[in-house]
Structures are given as structure tokens and as C-alpha cells.
Design a protein around this ligand. Structure first.
Ligand code: ZN
Length: 235
């Protein structure tokens, strides 16, 4: 029985290691996806800023064109004004010229406001572009590192799983079944060693008789607190 218990201890260690490596193997892609989505979010914000900037430039150019048209019309009216003899017509032209002056001034004012907004957007976009360049570079580095680590861990996991299979093969079927059942229930550790007279899995204080049985290692002792197999730590 003692040799079987030794195998159980080793198997439990191998399972814990497999569990740890498997966790890491599953976490790496998640970690990368999280990082990538942060970069994508920044990229989308920058794209949005650049679109707003283009819209704004387009609007400002349209205002400049409208203002130029209004000015040209005003000059045209002012040139014609002196040739008309009719007062009513003269006044109508004056009103229209005044209206053109007012409009061109209004378009120019609006254009200036937009220009100021554009300057802000341009500064904001430049800052974000710098940040994004840095982040994309960092992400590429992290990805290269984590992809490398993932390859290594997967390989390591294969090795550990093979080791586990070899250990399991050395166990007597009833002991193996018992171990597997406990592992399935506990999810992490099926074997706990005694620490200061207590089960190392749940800190349940083992009665002296139980401690004696654990030390003797003539039979499998299961903790009454957590259901794990308890082993002597110096075993
Ligand atoms: Zn326990």
C-alpha cells in the first residue's frame, strides 16, 4: 500500500501541475484578446476623430465657398447700383447688397468657430495617434512573447499529461477509481498531506487514531472534513 500511496502523492502533484499549466494555456488567449480589444477601441476612437475632422473641413470649405459667392454677388450689385435710375430698384439692390454682406460675415464667423474646433480635434487626434502607435508596438511585443509562451506551455502540458498517464497505469484499479472520483469532486487536489496534525486540504484536526493510520500507510485514509486522501508529509 505504501508504494501505491507514494504514486498517489506523485500523481496528485502531476495533476496539480497539469491544472496550473492548463489554466495558463487557457488564459493566454484571453489575455491577448483583452489587450487587442483595448487597442481596437483606441483605433476606433481615432477613426472617429478623423472622420469628424474631415466632416468639419468639408463644412468649413462649403462655408468659405458660400461666403465668396455672397461677396461676389455683393460686388456685382454694388457695380450695377450706380447704373440704375429707378429709386425703388436702387433700394432693392442696396438691401440685397447689405444682405450679402451680412451673409458673408456670418459664414466667415461660423468658419472661424469650426476652424478652432478643428485645431482642437487635430491636436487630440495627433496625441491619440502617438498613443496608438506605442500601444500597437507594445501589443505586438506582448503577442510575440505570449504566443511563444503558449507554444512552450502546450508542449509542457503534453509532457505532464503523459507523465500522469504513466503514473495512473501503476495504480491498482480500485485506488485509481477512488482517486479519480475525489479529484472530480474537488477539482484541484485529491491528496492532502498532514500539517501539524491537520489535513492540509481543509485544516480538519485529525484524531490520533487517524494520524496513526496515516503514518502507518497500510491503508488509504480519507479526511472526514473534505474527503481527500490524507498522506503523511514525510512519505
Ligand atoms: Zn480535509
Amino acid at each position: 500500500m505504501e508504494s501505491q500511496i507514494r504514486i498517489l502523492v506523485e500523481l496528485s502533484e502531476a495533476d496539480r501541475e497539469c491544472h496550473r499549466v492548463r489554466d495558463r494555456v487557457q488564459n493566454i488567449p484571453r489575455e491577448l484578446a483583452r489587450h487587442e480589444s483595448e487597442v481596437k477601441l483606441k483605433r476606433a476612437t481615432l477613426d472617429d476623430l478623423e472622420r469628424r475632422l474631415e466632416d468639419s473641413q468639408r463644412e468649413r470649405r462649403a462655408l468659405e465657398r458660400d461666403s465668396d459667392l455672397a461677396k461676389a454677388r455683393r460686388r456685382e450689385l454694388e457695380a450695377q447700383q450706380f447704373r440704375v435710375k429707378n429709386t425703388t430698384e436702387y433700394q432693392a439692390m442696396s438691401r440685397e447688397a447689405e444682405e450679402m454682406r451680412r451673409r458673408s460675415a456670418e459664414y466667415e464667423d461660423r468658419g472661424l468657430v469650426i476652424l478652432q474646433e478643428e485645431e482642437q480635434l487635430t491636436a487630440e487626434a495627433a496625441k491619440l495617434r502617438d498613443l496608438l502607435t506605442q500601444e500597437e508596438k507594445r501589443f505586438a511585443e506582448v503577442k510575440a512573447r505570449l504566443d511563444g509562451e503558449l507554444g512552450e506551455r502546450r508542449e509542457a502540458l503534453q509532457g505532464r499529461e503523459a507523465h500522469r498517464v504513466a503514473l495512473v497505469a501503476k495504480l491498482e484499479p480500485p485506488i485509481r477509481k477512488r482517486y479519480e472520483r475525489i479529484l472530480e469532486n474537488k477539482g484541484d487536489l485529491a491528496v492532502a498531506s498532514v500539517e501539524n496534525g491537520s489535513c492540509g486540504g481543509c485544516y480538519y484536526q485529525l484524531p490520533p487514531q487517524r494520524l496513526h493510520e496515516v503514518k502507518k500507510a497500510a491503508s488509504l485514509v480519507v479526511c472526514e472534513g473534505c474527503g481527500r486522501i490524507v498522506v503523511w508529509s514525510q512519505l
